[in-house]
Design a protein around this ligand. Structure first.
Ligand SMILES: [Zn+2]
Ligand SMILES: [Zn+2]
Length: 149
């Protein structure tokens, strides 16, 4: 059994124990998310699965993603007015984002907990979480640029 198959089984068990019905579409959306490392949008998932499920709509994909988010299987990353991306890696990690193609890659760095406690002390807020993103140009885009020049 591969790692992602194991993760899929675990995720399905979690859905079942939360009383969520596993439809073939729901299963497919979950499987696609667990196998993708690109932090897809609902639209990406829809496009990848529409051949297999011609009756599925983007709204169905969104609804499934919302269910997964409520159970804590995925994290939703919102970016202002552009569409949200979904991350099935719910462990603490940071993101680096390509400014050219929009790709998001995970990287691990010890959680900056001091920032949270400092912010709390200075502002008196109850801090819930923080988000750190690093921007740049990915390896593929860099190669493409070099070829043009
Ligand atoms: Zn790129
Ligand atoms: Zn991530």
């Amino acid at each position: 059994m591969t790692v992602s198959e194991h993760m899929l089984q675990e995720a399905v068990e979690r859905l079942k124990s939360s009383g969520v019905r596993i439809t073939p579409q729901r299963h497919a959306v979950l499987e696609f998310l667990l196998n993708s490392e690109t932090h897809p949008t609902a639209d990406d998932i829809y496009k990848a699965l529409e051949g297999k499920f011609p009756n599925m709509s983007v709204a169905t994909v969104y609804n499934n993603l919302r269910v997964f988010r409520e159970i804590g299987l995925v994290r939703e990353l919102t970016y202002g007015d552009s569409s949200s991306r979904f991350d099935c890696n719910t462990s603490k990690h940071y993101h680096i984002i390509c400014e050219s193609c929009g790709k998001i890659v995970d990287f691990h760095y010890p959680s900056l907990d001091e920032v949270e406690s400092l912010a709390e002390q200075i502002t008196g807020f109850d801090v819930t979480h923080h988000r750190l993103e690093v921007y740049g140009v990915c390896q593929e885009c860099k190669k493409e640029k070099q070829q043009i020049i």
